[in-house]
Design a protein around this ligand. Structure first.
Ligand code: NAD
Ligand code: MG
Length: 387
């Protein structure tokens, strides 16, 4: 069986994990398209290795470098945001949505509108678009395979169960690198400390989101859209070992959990092989050497992001898209050394308080809210109280 696949965001952390699995199973896959933002050389190298049909850079300025690097290869090249959407519209058996941030929304929606099967890592796209995306999935008969480890765990725990029998879904959170730090240390946290996640190796943006706990806030919203059991049935528990990736409790009080190594190749493999299974190069889970699995309630005093996200999805409408855009702007400013760690969530909160917009009813509305929220959060960056 030789299946065609496109990886949107091929040069990132999820992209690399996906291509690692494909590299180990070359007879199973034919890579159609790989995309990146601006790293033309890296993309060209992957494009040659996997003998793709098309390579696309989202940043048009990187197109000349991509053309040069792929000269004589026979591989088609393209650049710019529209080219990403055109690439996502090509007919393939699977699309891996692994661009970071709302930048991945339009290409992911293009794959949805084609009625494709999408392994969705790009949580920001679903958080921003919400019902606009789930509505399009239903309308076009697309399939979303949740790739985020928690959502993949829930998806696996729901296999064989009925969603109406679910009493509670519990998302586990590692707690990030500052789980045991005090307020003063958290305020003084540097980008280097924030991206050093204790259990997972990930891109910079999601690593900072894990440190603020906004990642779990976004995942709470993501879970609400993927598994519509109602917000009152969704909860978050901190589980520092990251062995249980999430749990589903049924109404008879039976709880199913999915366990595994903290390596994204496990959930990615589950999506690639779905509904079958494939091998991964990982060591078996050694529970005796792990020894202890512990749990604690999230500390929303120190890490307000999960509360802010919960309030945003309870408010609904444009709020989640505003929250996501503000968080992206604030994380970028933090990584650039422009604001302190605690201002990330302060900017998100301030932007939500300053900006309201009507509920989006289509992709253009979501993108317009995202753009405006970025402008408003840039203002909030200037004026949010210094913490
Ligand atoms: P990353 O920063 O390592 O990679 C991002 C990829 O997107 C790169 O290929 C980059 O070139 C591309 N990209 C960035 N900006 C772009 C733009 N404006 N236009 C087009 N392409 C662009 O990120 P990552 O850690 O691989 O995360 C990707 C997505 O998967 C995120 O939404 C993240 O939340 C989600 N996710 C990641 C992990 C993980 O372990 N890394 C786990 C769960 C979910
Ligand atoms: Mg996750």
């Amino acid at each position: 069986m030789n299946r065609t696949i496109t990886v949107l965001g091929a040069t990132g952390s999820i992209g690399a994990s996906t291509l690692d699995l494909i590299r180990r199973n070359p007879a199973q896959w034919q890579v159609d398209t790989l995309t990146a933002h601006s790293s033309a050389k890296e993309l060209a190298k992957l494009a040659r290795e996997f003998a793709v049909e098309l390579a696309v850079v989202g940043d048009e300025n990187a197109l000349p470098a991509l053309k040069e690097a792929l000269e004589g290869s026979g591989i088609e090249v393209a650049g710019g945001p529209q080219a990403l959407c055109d690439a996502a519209r090509r007919p393939v058996d699977m699309t891996v949505a692994a661009i970071v941030g709302c930048a991945g929304l339009a290409p992911t929606m293009a794959a949805v509108e084609r009625g494709g099967t999408i392994a969705l890592a790009n949580k920001e796209a679903l958080v921003s678009a919400g019902e606009v995306m789930t509505g399009a999935v239903a309308k076009h008969g697309a399939t979303i395979l949740p790739t985020d480890s928690e959502h993949n765990a829930i998806f696996q725990c729901l296999a064989g169960g009925k969603i109406e029998d679910v009493a509670r879904i519990t998302l586990t959170a590692s707690g990030g690198p500052f789980r045991t730090s005090g307020a003063a240390a958290i305020n003084a946290a540097t980008p280097k400390q924030a991206v050093a996640h204790p259990n997972w190796s990930m891109g910079a943006k999601i690593s900072v989101d894990s440190a603020t706990m906004m990642n779990k806030g976004l995942e709470y919203i993501e879970a609400h859209h993927l598994f519509p059991v109602g917000l009152d049935r969704l909860r978050i528990v901190v589980h520092p070992q990251s062995v249980i990736h999430s749990m589903v409790e049924y109404r008879d009080r039976s709880t199913l959990a999915q366990l595994g190594p903290s390596d994204m190749r496990v959930p990615i493999a589950s999506c690639l092989a779905y509904p079958n299974r494939m091998e991964t190069p990982l060591e078996p889970l050694d529970l005796a050497s792990i020894g202890e699995l512990t749990f604690e309630a999230p500390n929303e005093e120190l890490f307000p992001a999960t509360r802010i996200a919960r309030e945003a999805i309870e408010a609904g409408g444009a709020a989640p898209a505003i929250l996501n855009a503000a968080n992206e702007v604030a994380v970028e400013a933090f990584l650039a050394g422009q604001i302190g760690f605690s201002r990330i969530t302060a900017v998100a909160q301030a932007t939500l308080e300053r900006y309201d917009a009507p509920s989006p009813s289509n992709l253009e509305d979501v993108l317009a809210i995202d753009s405006e929220a970025r402008i408003r959060s840039a203002e909030a960056l200037e004026s949010a109280p210094l913490v």
